[in-house]
Design a protein around this ligand. Structure first.
Ligand code: AMP
Ligand code: ZN
Length: 140
C-alpha cells in the first residue's frame, strides 16, 4: 500500500473528513469513526509510518507527549472514570490501518469492554533466558 492510498494520510491532508480534536506540527488526534465508547480518539503522527517500531525517537516522543493532555480532555468531557491506551502493531495484534496510531478508549464501570487477559506462569530460568536475549537485542 502506498502512502497515497493511506486513509490516515488522507485525514492529515484533509482530503477525507475527520473530527479533529488536537493538532500540532507533527501529530493529529481525531475521533474514531467507529468508536468503542463516546470520545474514542486516535492519535497519529502526521508523517506516514506503518508501525510503532518505525518511529524515530523524536516523532515517538512528540506523539506520545500529547497523550496526557488528550487523556485528561477526553476523560473530562466524557466523564469516563478512566481509559485504555491501545496500540496495535501488526495484523495479528488487530492493526487494520497501516499508519501507526494510538487509541484512547474511555472506560466506565460495566461498559462491557475489555479483553481476555489469560496469564501464564513465568519460571525464573525462562525469565532469565528471555531477559538476556531481549537485553542483547536492545544493545544491537
Ligand atoms: P486498528 O484496528 O488499531 O488499526 O484501528 C483502526 C481504527 O481506525 C479503527 O478503530 C477504525 O474505526 C478507525 N478508522 C478507520 N477509518 C477511519 C476514519 N476514516 N476516520 C476515523 N477513524 C477511522
Ligand atoms: Zn499514512
Amino acid at each position: 500500500m502506498s502512502v497515497g492510498d493511506c486513509i490516515f494520510c488522507k485525514i492529515v491532508s484533509g482530503s477525507i473528513p475527520s473530527h479533529r480534536v488536537l493538532e500540532t506540527d507533527s501529530c493529529l488526534a481525531f475521533l474514531d469513526a467507529a468508536p468503542l465508547a463516546p470520545g474514542h480518539c486516535l492519535l497519529i503522527p502526521k508523517q506516514h509510518y506503518t508501525t510503532l517500531e518505525e518511529l524515530p525517537e523524536d516523532v515517538a516522543a512528540a506523539v506520545l507527549g500529547q497523550l496526557p493532555a488528550l487523556g485528561r480532555a477526553v476523560r473530562a468531557v466524557t466523564g469516563a472514570a478512566g481509559y485504555n491506551v491501545l496500540q496495535n502493531t501488526g495484523r495479528v495484534a488487530g492493526q487494520e490501518v497501516m499508519h501507526v496510531h494510538v487509541h484512547v478508549i474511555p472506560r466506565v464501570a460495566g461498559d462491557g469492554l475489555g479483553y481476555r487477559w489469560h496469564t501464564k506462569s513465568l519460571e525464573d530460568a525462562a525469565a532469565e533466558a528471555l531477559r538476556n536475549r531481549i537485553a542483547a537485542a536492545l544493545r544491537g
